[in-house]
Unconditional design. Sequence first.
Length: 110
Amino acid sequence: MPIVHIPPEKGSSIVVINISGKFDFSTHKDFRETYIHHTQKGLDFKVDLSETEYMDSSALGMLLMLREYAEENEGKVWIHEPQKDVHKILQIANFDRFFEITQCGSKENE
């Protein structure tokens, strides 16, 4: 399964979403299911793209929907360790304006 959801540990406010392989429209339902049941205020979402080989425009839309959901619940989203090609896509789409994008070793919120 390309999407793995790790709920927050006791005392943590971080939900981890790992996406491996392709991040495209075919993952829409699974991606939404990883976060939609988290209604607790102040939860943050870490989207780990370190194993994502490809993403398309629908994946960009899904990230924006997650951002909107998190903000409605007083949380935030950051993108963690995108691979080189995926990072280029994020840069071209100016996603660094909407998300914090961390590279290996640049954020220790885990």
